[in-house]
Design a protein around this ligand. Sequence first.
Ligand code: ADP
Length: 538
Amino acid sequence: MAEIAHEKEQTFLITTARPTRRQVQLAVWMLASLVVALLITMPFARTPLENTEIFLPAYASAILVNELFTAALLVAIYAVQRSAAILVLAAGYLFTGLLVVPWAMSFPGVFNALGFDMGLQSTAMIAVMRRIGFPLCVIAYVLLKDEDAAGKLETGPVQMRIVGMVFGVTAFVGVATWLIVLGDDLLPGFMEDTRNVTPLWSYVPAVSVTLYVTGIVLLWRQRRSVLDLWLMVVLATLCIEIVLLSYVSGGIRLSIGWWAGRICGLISASMVLVVLLSETAMLYGRLARALAQERRIRDARLSEMEALSASIAHEVNQPVASMATNANAGLRWLEREYPEAHETKAALTRIVRDGHRAGDIIRGVRSMFNRDSQVRVPTSINDLIAEVVERHRAEMRQSHVALDLQFKADMPVVTVNRIQIEQAVANLVTNAIDAMRSISERERRLSIVTGLGDEFTVLVSVADRGAGVTPAHAGEIFKPFYTTKPDGMGMGLMFCRSAVESHGGNLWVEQNKPCGAVFRFTLPCSIEVAPQYLRDAG
Ligand code: ADP
């Protein structure tokens, strides 16, 4: 049970939820816009923008904040999901985020006034570490995800691992920066002067692009989640950035092409953060709506319960009182000087009948509250209805009722308690057949139609050509023990409504055209099929 709940939780997370078609379109649209921006920049790319160093601290701060927030949100997801892959990705973001600080501080001409001068090669070396470290973490994320898929999720204290990761990455960044700054003379000569790169630098973009493309290919192979989709876009954006920084701008720092590349970098650093935040807000909204609906249903059920228990007490009281009266009468017939066997038998027969009636009432109530009522499984509503209809074929033949089934193909799945919903559909079908028994002037036809309702629901309509339900009675018929049938119990529709509402759906009755009644009910689609729902609903 705990595992089912855990699995359900997973389908809500952006690390496991599949991307919708709209999200894929947005991702493609974003990439296309960036490529267009790259093409527009090309003719002016090498034009230097003098004195723009002053913008670098602001740029670096934005990257730092975005990447640290992304890392923090990923860590929060890790705490829920316990996937090592997510922790490695969070480490990647923390690593590049922290490294941006020494990168900006060592950038020639930016913090000189404060007395920072870290040597010619330091900035380039830190940039190399960021360029290579991040895609390596993404690749590790993809490979570790395979392990997660094989069910090897971490167990044990997550706090220790999170603290270990944060401490490890911070210490690594600190030590690496310290070594780079101290050993500037020993570093490879990537920079000719403060603005221009040496031919040695050409290896850096080549290696980075290879790693980015490897990451994209690995992610493409899996394409399991929303996060995978946006990580592909992040890597593609980083590719565009490096092309702008190293090739289009000819490696000239602070040129138009170089700044365009930096903007790409900023977009890339913000992307996963924006997606994480928007998905979190969306999930929060969905959760708030679900809670409000649950509370409404609970309140409604409570007052229904009060009415129901009063009605049950009243209904059971009747046959029990009648049984006592008949038992007394039977005894009196037996106590006579010449016992009246015939009258006694009649009294006993009435007692048996009342006993059955009381038993039926109790059975009906028990079926509503039995323990299995919480077990819900993903179900095809079309298959469920087809099964119920099959069971009623003989009854329909006997009552000369024609059947018209209109099932929408590819209906989204609903997660329901099969027994309850089957029982609800069976009640509606039986009522429809009953309603047409006295009809002789027109064809007796039962129509069952399935389709999509509003707000991620499936809609089922059960229509008959009987006498119909007048608007005045439309509310009454759902009340317990309301019946117009001589042998009816009046609990069927109350049960149907209670079953449908406990699944988060609605049941109501309308007038059928040109005659009869149509009972309609909705059931929410399983949350994981929302994308399919959106596609089908057009
Ligand atoms: P029962 O079938 O035992 O009477 P229900 O709760 O299922 O209990 O139905 C309550 C009443 O609603 C029925 O007695 C009938 O008067 C009315 N009703 C239900 N379904 C239909 C229908 N399809 N057409 C007309 N009246 C209906």
